[in-house]
Design a protein around this ligand. Sequence first.
Ligand code: TA6
Length: 297
Amino acid sequence: MSHAVMPGVNGMPRVVLSHPSGSSAEIYLNGAHVTSWKPAGGAERLFLSEAATFQEGKAIRGGIPVVFPQFADSGPLPKHGWLRTSTWSVDSSDAATSSIIDAAEQLGVRPLTSSVRLFTEDDHKSRALWPHGYRAGLTVTLDSDSLEVELAITNTGAEALEFTAALHSYLAVRDVGNASVSGLYGIPYIDKTASQSVVVDHSQEITISSETDRIYTNAPSRVALVDGAAERRLEIDATGFTDVVVWNPWGELARGIADMKPDDYLRFICVEAARAVTPFSLVPGETWRGSQKLTGC
Ligand code: TA6
């Protein structure tokens, strides 16, 4: 079977994806939140805080929160929008695909990938905050050594739809002091820890030794995360998004985050595929798609 919906923490529904190679992933319907990805034979590659709250309508600390229609606190809407706290549904057209895959498996034919598609739409709560019609889809595709997450936004309203968005991925590292992000050499970034000043990055590798909160605008589509202590590397490929956000709160800020343990900051770096600054604009009926693919074993 390619995927199943089963109770997770506190009985909350989650989709469990499994692949014939042994890789697996878990996605909560609360927020369409990917909380776990293990490549075949490998260790967990997403960070999830032991202090994370699993409660309907609350964001989960770690994994891959979905950010829409506003990145961070860059506008009047709730921080990072509300898709990360919305209840999503499994797309029924995907259930049809799933039953074909199940039938194939019963015949002994193994699918090459395992995936699920979830969706959510505007409702009275979202329209009270933001008077727009949208349909959001999140497709998660698991392969032996990769996890791809694609966010699709369709303007279902009658007016232009403007939004920013991100896949706020918390990538696990064994020791943040021995980890680095590469691929951003020469790219300007907005430093949110220094009054939004714009800096050009001149380091081949970004290392983290203090609070780091950077928006790299017009960034390359491929960056990499090297986890020196674990001797692992993750390739991070984005499509559709234009920016890359690198975030680690470091100690003092982490201690003020209720659903984070004081030393959690030592075990992750967020590398986010984002459209953080200049909003996308969709005409009625138009769809935008953006994805982030993590590859590593
Ligand atoms: O994407 C980086 C960021 O905007 C940081 O400024 C930090 O606030 C982080 O997201 C986490 O936000 P959260 O609302 O989940 O605590």
